[in-house]
Write a protein of this length. Sequence first.
Length: 82
Amino acid sequence: MVARDDPMERHCCEDMRREVERDCDQHPDRFDCPDCLIDYSPRFHEYGLIVHDGGTSVMLIRFCPWCGARLPDSLRADEQVS
């Protein structure tokens, strides 16, 4: 498991880090690439499975699909509503 205070990455495992950072030379937008599975929002600390339906939808996940670690709680509720 990668330490949360590690300045290099804050993901639970190497597999999650690899998937969050996956780049595709054929698709400039990760949501268009069928090989990109996970989206990460650093603002809200949210992880989600990309829904490949032509949009930018994700299904939030609470546990890592590779190592089973519980993922951090979302910070979305902490945001001030303008």
